[in-house]
Design a protein around this ligand. Sequence first.
Ligand SMILES: C[S@@+](CC[C@H](N)C(=O)[O-])C[C@H]1O[C@@H](n2cnc3c(N)ncnc32)[C@H](O)[C@@H]1O
Length: 256
Amino acid sequence: MDKEKVGKFYDVVWTEYIPEYPATEEHWGIFYNTEEFEGKNILDAGCGTGIFSIIFANHGAGKVTGIDISEGSLGTARSMKEKFHLTNAEFEQQDMLNLPFADQSFDIVWAWGTVHHTTDPYRAISQLIRVLKPGGSLLLAVYTRTKLTFVHEIIRKILVHTPKRSWTFLSKVMAVFLSPVVFFFKKREKSRKGEKLEELILDWYFVPIRHYYTPEEIRDFLEKQGFEIEKFLPASGRFNSTSNFIFKARKPASRQ
Ligand SMILES: C[S@@+](CC[C@H](N)C(=O)[O-])C[C@H]1O[C@@H](n2cnc3c(N)ncnc32)[C@H](O)[C@@H]1O
């Protein structure tokens, strides 16, 4: 099943990878100020190795629940929790498409780079909306569809059909060929500390499920649910990445 494939993929690709804390913390600070999350109940949906959960918890969130389908990534997230001596973060293996939480459970739902890896991103967003309290805040970072998306998709769709045991080797070969391009743009080295180019390639071109949207599509979807867009960034800024756009949006106070 595609969902399990994604979980297994991230068990391998992200388990060792923890985004750099200070750079991620600085970037995270763009979205929430202390009053918004202090003492609050937060869901980090598709938490991966847990960096954002840890940052929320470390800055005084009431309770953070990080969920992911990748047990390997969750293991790393739990080690981070120990390392930071946090008691206000929990990590659970859950599917974003079938969240086990009651309606209106969370003050903030944070989903960075995750809904587009599910089989049904709009269903995932609907689940996130369901568990968000009226007046609560939703943050979504979603892959941007561009004119070049179809090229990336052709490459990805070919590569995901190659034998799994060759993926690391293929990523390394591609890294050799792509490193001059990366060097030319000089983006990755100064921002993606801790992640090698071949790992980035593995994450980008070998992931089993990947959807892309325009900001307008996601904006329309949120506005139809009555959400008010509070912040929009056309590119994430995290790692200088132009691959994601971000919406911070508020659920209407009176809506279920
Ligand atoms: C690119 S990683 C992002 C991790 C984290 N949000 C971050 O920014 O550091 C995407 C994550 O989404 C998770 N994911 C994909 N489909 C999921 C699903 N249906 N339910 C829960 N997590 C899912 C993957 O396992 C992976 O850890």
